[in-house]
Each structure stands twice: as structure tokens, then as C-alpha cells.
Design a protein around this ligand. Sequence first.
Ligand code: ADP
Ligand code: NA
Length: 301
Amino acid sequence: MARVIVVGSINQDVTVTVDRFPDPGETLSGSSLTYSLGGKGANQAAGAAHSGVAVAFVGAVGSDPSGQRLRSDLASHGVDVTHLREVDGPSGTALITVAASGENTIILDAGANASVTVEPAKASLFPSPADIVVLQAEIPAEANDAALAWAHSFGARVVLNLAPARPTDAAFMARIDILVVNETEAGLTLGTPTPSNPTQAIGIARALRALGPEHVMVTLGADGAAWASGSEAGHCPALTLGEAVDTTGAGDACVGALAAAMALGKPFVEAVADGIRAGSTAVLAPGAAPSYATLPRVTRR
Ligand code: ADP
Ligand code: NA
């Protein structure tokens, strides 16, 4: 049975609610402090697991108390954490403040994510050609390079979610099998304005496809996603399944479900539809991974 293997980041999200953001030097009281599982890699792994496929995670937590908590949180979503290493120092941490206005600020410390490498996993983790290896941009670029080479040496295909957008070596991009970006990341990657409608987004998807990936998905929030695959391209609307209460983690649910669908052997356009369905479901509940329990299972074609 094909698996999804995520090589990526895992963070302790520490979130506090404030009436307004403090000025420099000011101390304010916050409320409802929460610690939750975060990091695009961990979220996508949890999303893929809730979509119904076997998932292994390759990454690193720190030796701080967050490390053990993150490990058990990720495992509780059904993800195999055998290849989640512990390294000296802090775990990846996101300090998040949410103001009454709904705006937020985020300070990210990469912590252990800066030490992620696929090397230790190589001794005991062997992808099959049907497996899908998922990468993002919250671990060092060299780690992604090595993971791509490792995946391809076994014939496995690679999904790159280029989030956050960062300058990417053209040769690396040319070897990616499946690229997923949101509309902002798409614009930054091409050095063009963010697409402002689905028709423009289809053009952007085609332009990204020309960088080398065989398949491209550009997510457009409530407008769904544009895609390009081989010489074909199109747009799929999002689903309105209820009131959107929190879009945090919609993109990660989408990537997880798309990877699950590819691992189950579905054609790319069906995997895009599964990704959209997962993203549109994740917005119905608060949080990222905590909102994934209700994700629809991706079924074999
Ligand atoms: P990111 O979080 O990476 O910016 P998007 O916001 O584009 O990702 O969301 C990913 C997917 O989730 C979209 O393609 C869409 O299918 C779904 N989605 C996001 N926001 C909404 C929304 N408000 N209503 C319905 N579906 C949504
Ligand atoms: Na959510």
C-alpha cells in the first residue's frame, strides 16, 4: 500500500489572544493561551493521515518539553513518528498573538527544523515507487535537495509546497513532480503580481508548469484552485460546506489530501478535487491539525 512520506517542519504553536497589539516596551495582558501542533510539515502529515493513507514523518523536535508533546500530538493523528529525531536545543516554535480585530502577528523560531536532514532516515526508510514524498520550505533548502534526490532514487514522486515562498534553484524546481502554491506564493515565485481572478491564475499555473513540474496546483482561498497538468489547465471552485470559521491550515489540509490521493493512484485532476474538498472542510472548524478530524477520507479511484 502506497504511503505519504512528509519531510518537513514541526512547530509548537503558542497562541495568546489580546485586545490589541502592544507597542514597543509595553506589557499587556493576554488570555486563552494555547499550545498546539503546528508547522506545515506536521500539519500536512496529519492532513494526509486523516485523509486515510499511511503517513511517515521525517523531521526533528528539540530536547525541550515541547519536543515530547509535539511527538505525541503528531502520533495521535495517526502519523508514524519513528523518523522524527530529537536534537539538542529548542523545538520549532511559533509565537502567535491574535487581536480582537482578528489580525494576528507571528514570530517563528525554526529551532530543531533548522537541523532537519533525511540522512538518518535513509538507513531504515525505503520509499516505494508508488509513494509520494511531500516537501515544504520550512527546512533548509539543502535538506529538500537531498530529500528530492533520495525520493527519486526509489522512483517515488515528490510534491513541493513552496511555502513560505523562497528563492529556489531552477534545477531543483525542474525536478519537482507536483508543485502546490497559494496565489501569493505563485506571484512571488514567478516575480509577477498575485493573480486576481481564476483566469489569471490558470495562466500562472501554466507559467509555473513551464518551470518543470509536471503538475501544478495554485490555491485561491475561497475561489478554489487553478491547475496545470501536461498541456491541460483549468480551474476548480471551492466548496461551501458551511460557515468558514477559521482558514488556518486549509492549505495544509489541501496538500495532505492531494498527496494522499496521488498515493492512492488517482489522476492529478481528481487529486486536486480531493485537495479542495479537504481545504473547504478544514475551514469549518478552528485551528489547523485540530480541525482535521472531520476531513473526508480519500478513496481509491
Ligand atoms: P493557504 O492557506 O495555503 O493560503 P488557501 O487559502 O488557498 O491556502 O486554501 C486552500 C484551499 O482550501 C483552497 O483551494 C480552497 O479549496 C479551500 N478554502 C480556503 N478558504 C476557503 C473558504 N473560505 N471557503 C471554502 N474553501 C476554502
Ligand atoms: Na481550520
